[in-house]
Design a protein around this ligand. Structure first.
Ligand code: DX5
Ligand code: ZN
Length: 211
């Protein structure tokens, strides 16, 4: 299994002090910075666009893991790549032509990834497993931070790990010092946590996710 990486979700940070927050979570041990892009269509919420990603990029030293919760992510690959995204993950449930969009992401020099919602079977991503650098399994319904972990997605993580022993498998939603244990046992190695990290001492919280 690839090495464990912790990716605090900036969705729960203090946006009035984003530079300070980025530097603080990096100093506290973050391996990646998870950036939640929501389009008010694929999900009911509206959050971060390329302009803000470019601002984060200016002050960040860790890679930006941009999670595109968008109906038509294919239209925005160029903008997010130019803004400095290091990973761009698109939902398999989106309208994107999946193979072509993953290719386009890679052509931009960015690492492509796919995301599955809690009810989506691993079968849905099988055709593209060779083409991606990361598979993100949602452990809440996308749209908001601070929701409760959905345990049945652990079966999806296990199935994904069996199919792709070397792949980075990310889990996102409801992760804390307890739920992380099950997630890692199932085979996840990239751990997103928003409200848990930002509601406490960042270094302590990040350390507690290294199980
Ligand atoms: C939810 C987002 C998550 C969110 C996680 O739509 O994709 O990344 O920030 O938040 P917590 O860790 O609070 O569940
Ligand atoms: Zn996310």
């Amino acid at each position: 299994m690839p090495s464990l990486k912790i990716a605090p979700s900036l969705l729960s940070c203090d946006f009035a002090n984003i530079e300070r927050e980025v530097k603080a979570v990096e100093a506290a041990g973050a391996d990646l910075l998870h950036v939640d892009v929501m389009d008010a269509h694929f999900v009911p919420n509206l959050t971060i666009g390329p302009l803000v990603v470019a601002s984060i990029k200016k002050v960040a030293s860790k890679p930006l893991d941009c999670h595109l919760m968008m109906t038509d992510p294919q239209r925005y690959i160029d903008m997010f790549a130019r803004a400095g995204a290091d990973y761009l993950t698109i939902h398999v449930e989106s309208n994107a032509p999946i193979g072509a969009t993953l290719d386009d992401i890679r052509k931009h020099g960015v690492k492509p990834g796919l995301v599955v919602n809690p009810d989506t079977s691993i079968e849905a991503v099988k055709p593209w497993l060779e083409q991606i650098d990361m598979l993100l399994v949602m452990s809440v319904w996308p749209g908001f931070g601070g929701q409760k972990f959905i345990p049945k997605v652990l079966d999806t993580v296990k199935a994904a790990r069996a199919l792709a022993p070397e792949l980075d498998i990310e889990i996102d939603g409801g992760i804390n010092g307890e739920t992380v244990k099950e997630a890692v046992k199932a085979g996840a190695n990239v751990i997103v946590a928003g409200s848990y990290v930002f509601a406490g001492d960042y270094a302590e919280r990040i350390a507690s996710l290294r199980v």
